[in-house]
Design a protein around this ligand. Structure first.
Ligand SMILES: [Zn+2]
Length: 83
């Protein structure tokens, strides 16, 4: 493995497991103007059909595991992905 930036052979190859965690933080203004009525509506519109679908629908779950290989140059610190 050769660094594309500096041409060094001192490259560290790592396997990185990318966990997709989405943290949505709403501002205080969002909660005052939207959150208090949007959450029950969201519950009625999305959670109830989702629960019904969960009960009567297919019990099939798909786990998306995104593993990527990342190379880090020990000489200049440049990192890149291998696909
Ligand atoms: Zn380098």
């Amino acid at each position: 493995m050769t660094c594309p930036k500096c041409g060094s052979q001192n490259v560290n190859v790592q396997m990185v497991n990318e966990a997709r965690l989405k943290n949505v933080h709403h501002s205080i203004f969002w909660w005052i103007f939207v959150g208090w009525w949007w959450i029950p509506i969201k519950w009625l519109c999305f959670t109830v059909p989702a629960l019904l679908f969960k009960i009567f629908g297919h019990k099939k779950q798909r786990i998306v595991n995104n593993v990527k290989t990342v190379c880090v140059c020990q000489n200049c610190g440049y990192s890149w992905e291998i696909r």
